[in-house]
Design a protein around this ligand. Structure first.
Ligand SMILES: Nc1ncnc2c1ncn2[C@@H]1O[C@H](COP(=O)(O)OP(=O)(O)OP(=O)(O)O)[C@@H](O)[C@H]1O
Ligand SMILES: [Mg+2]
Length: 456
């Protein structure tokens, strides 16, 4: 029997985890870091479930010492959903897995099983890197930072069990869609279709028919029978993109489908069955959605079986250089441009940038630079936009004409319009990303665009 050490200052958490694992593992319980280290030294646990936020020694203090005692010990951290930074630190320190609190016990059980299985194969980080490079096609998915490698490792592990639902969380442009495709391609369902459905882009009234299809004549405009995404994805993968945007009424219908994989086309009477694996992605905090009432709790637990959090680019700056080289080469080839290198000064600026639009922002920037300056032999600081060079934003946006008298409302509208246009341009007219750049919500942005009649 394997030994599992549970470290959490909250009594209730220790008790609930004890109940989950009691029959399968020899359990050790610690309410603080000090006790945990003593137990680890005396008992040599195989796996440690550890809370990050504890008074006294935090999880982050304990992890390196656990690793020092036994480099092979498997560490799973328990963290708050919004504490991405600590999770990334914990991963750097050697934690291989994490669960966000409050957690679903099944979620934790599954993760512990996966963690141990992975450890059995004794995949150290360096071995992991080699394995990863073989696993994914290097010219498609770029990155070598520990945080990125850990993310990929998790995708790979989860992808292998081909019925397991995976939820990808991450800011706009971090690579959620890319990784869902990778998960599909590396599963046993890869020969069957991968069907994405973009929950935010489809009007609420059409979403049901889009998902489940409709019979001929079921509503005005339904001139012929149409199969929905669920049916098309049979034996394959259904990807629910931006699932955080799905209206509540539709969430109930989706939940019903997920429970028994049965559905009816709109206007139909036959109960149909579809064997699909579901992958979801969102840049929203669905747990908060549950609290705030815009996301169904039962659906959340159905979907959140294996949550994978993709770190923003600013937390894995080690990947910037590879990504720059990758996209530069890609666009140079496409545009037959000469720009093969990056000067060290330009690279330093690129690494320093905070990348609010993540990899997509970097990709778009490289494309723009190659298109505009591709005949230069190297990417230099003067090719970079002001926000990357670290200066102020363009003066046309920040310094409006302040001569009086004037109508304040008109001026505000004018300035907002210009900012929105700039953001839309920079984000390739991607609303979510433009909202990130403007540090506002997609809803507010959409409202203003409609109100001011803005065309990009
Ligand atoms: N690690 C990576 N290597 C290569 N290309 C990447 C990587 N990550 C992201 N990209 C590219 O960046 C772009 C954005 O990625 P993707 O569409 O997967 O992001 P997303 O998280 O789904 O964004 P959104 O939330 O806005 O939909 C795509 O062109 C994708 O191919
Ligand atoms: Mg996406």
């Amino acid at each position: 029997m394997r030994t599992l050490l549970i470290v959490d200052d909250e009594h209730s958490v220790r008790i609930s985890l004890q109940a989950v694992f009691d029959s399968e593992y020899r359990l050790l319980l610690a309410e603080n870091g000090k006790t945990a280290l003593r137990l680890a030294e005396e008992e040599g646990p195989d796996i440690v479930l550890i809370d990050l936020m504890m008074p006294g020694m935090s999880g982050l203090d304990v992890i390196p010492q656990l690793k020092a005692l036994d480099p092979h010990v498997v560490i799973v951290v328990l963290s708050a959903m919004n504490d991405v930074e600590s999770v990334v630190k914990a991963v750097r320190l050697g934690a291989g897995h994490y669960v966000t609190k409050p957690f679903d016990v099944n979620e934790v059980r599954l993760l512990v099983q996966m963690a141990l299985k992975a450890a059995e194969k004794s995949v150290g980080l360096s071995a992991l890197k080699t394995e990863m490079t073989r696993w994914y096609n290097v010219d498609q998915v770029v990155g070598s930072s520990d945080a990125w490698m850990e993310t990929l490792a998790m995708v790979k592990r989860a992808a292998g069990s081909s019925d397991t639902t995976i939820m990808f969380y991450g800011e706009s442009g971090t690579g959620k869609e890319l990784l869902t495709r990778l998960a599909h391609d590396s599963s046993s369902r890869s020969k069957a279709p991968f069907i994405p459905i973009h929950c935010a882009a489809i009007p609420e009234a059409l979403l049901e028919s889009e998902l489940f299809g409709h019979e001929k004549g079921s509503f005005t405009g339904a001139t012929e029978l149409r199969r929905g995404c669920v049916e098309m994805a049979d034996h394959g993968t259904l990807f629910l993109d931006e699932i955080g945007e799905m209206p509540l009424a539709m969430q109930s219908k989706l939940l019903r489908f997920l429970q028994d994989h049965q559905f009816m086309r709109v206007g139909g009477r036959t109960i149909r069955q579809a064997d699909v694996r579901v992958l979801g992605a969102t840049n929203k905090d669905l747990r908060k959605g549950v609290e705030e009432g815009w996301f169904r709790e039962d659906l959340f637990y159905r979907l959140n079986v294996v949550p994978i959090l993709i770190p923003p680019l600013r937390d894995r700056k080690g990947d910037v250089e590879l990504l720059v080289r990758h996209f530069l080469a890609h666009f140079c080839k496409e545009c037959r441009a000469a720009m093969k290198e990056t000067t060290p000064e330009a690279l330093a600026l690129l690494k320093d940038h905070s990348w609010p639009g993540n990899v997509r922002e970097l990709r778009n920037l490289m494309e723009r630079i190659v298109v505009l300056n591709g005949d230069s032999s190297a990417l230099a600081p003067e090719h970079l936009p002001v926000e990357v060079r670290g200066g102020a934003a363009p003066s046309s946006v920040t310094s409006p004409d302040l001569s009086l008298p004037t109508s304040m409302d008109d001026r505000v509208q004018e300035l907002e319009t210009r900012l929105i246009q700039a953001a839309l341009e920079q984000s390739d007219e991607n609303l979510s990303q433009a909202a990130v750049l403007l540090q506002t919500t997609r809803r507010i942005l959409k409202y203003k665009i409609d109100q001011y009649n803005i065309v990009a």
